[in-house]
Ligand binder design. Structure first.
Ligand SMILES: N[C@@H](CCC(=O)N[C@@H](CS)C(=O)NCC(=O)O)C(=O)O
Length: 249
């Protein structure tokens, strides 16, 4: 639930107007029904942070790039997706129980973020600052290996760990309730379904727990309401892009 009147928000996300890495954080905030706002100042606000013009207070470091989170109550400004997620986790009820479970949640989240980075490289294998059109030949080669080797390798990891987690009847990665690692993986699977629909249809036939996990979270009341709202931004120029030439069964 966002709070459009910014002054009532507990959290402020500062990110580009795309799903991208901001989406992992948005999903967690929505899960908890947190009062949050999404970059009210738009792209100028993002630039203010990366160019060192934003008010950070005394104790928060200068961020290098978005996503950036402001905890309005605590006066904390924080960057790096994994750091933001692990900071928010106990506040949003999305951490594991105990030190070992919390480390496992982080393990799963970082692994999902690795796959997110590789998905980005399928259309930007040479440099993020160059246009896709300037690296199409390399993108075709990268995407072919990504589809054949990397998607199954990572999804096998997800399927195996969902299968191992009987405590949640295979619907979560760690323990009996949802953590931020589940949202990281949900978003990556959802993004891959958008970007590589042919390949995902083929591989998901072998991964029943992933299919169920994806549907289960999508059907969650708060998440379903979020996905149907304007707050859920459409896939466009972010990590997950659909280029037909990069997809195949
Ligand atoms: N490891 C960082 C990566 C952050 C990142 O690459 N942010 C992108 C948007 S998703 C960006 O705006 N990068 C600008 C740049 O690299 O100059 C994280 O997970 O937060």
């Amino acid at each position: 639930m966002t709070d459009i009147a910014n002054n009532n928000a507990d959290y402020r996300l500062v990110y580009w107007p795309i799903p991208g890495r901001g989406e992992f954080i948005r999903l967690c905030l929505e899960h908890a029904g947190a009062r949050w706002v999404d970059t009210p100042g738009g792209v100028d606000e993002v630039m203010g942070y990366v160019e060192g013009r934003a008010e950070l207070g005394d104790d928060s470091p200068q961020p290098l790039f978005p996503p950036i989170l402001r905890d309005e109550k605590e006066g904390v400004v924080l960057a790096q997706t994994a750091a933001i997620l692990s900071y928010l986790a106990p506040k949003l009820g999305l951490d594991g129980e105990g030190a070992a479970a919390q480390a496992h949640v982080l393990q799963h989240a970082l692994t999902g973020l690795d796959l997110n980075d590789e998905a980005h490289n399928t259309h930007h294998p040479i440099a993020a600052m160059l246009y896709y059109e300037d690296q199409k030949t390399e993108a075709l080669r990268y995407a072919e290996v990504f589809r054949r080797e990397r998607i199954p390798k990572f999804l096998n990891y997800l399927e195996t760990n969902l299968a191992r987690n009987t405590a949640s009847n295979h619907t979560c990665l760690v323990g009996s309730s949802r953590t931020y690692a589940d949202y990281v993986w949900w978003q990556v699977v959802d993004g891959l379904l958008f970007a590589f629909p042919k390949r995902m249809q083929t591989v998901l036939a072998s991964y029943p727990h992933i299919k169920n996990f994806h549907q289960h979270i999508k059907a969650d009341e708060r998440i379903a309401a979020y996905l149907a709202s304007e707050r859920r931004l459409p896939y466009s120029d972010g990590v997950f892009r659909h280029y037909a030439e990069l997809d195949a069964e």
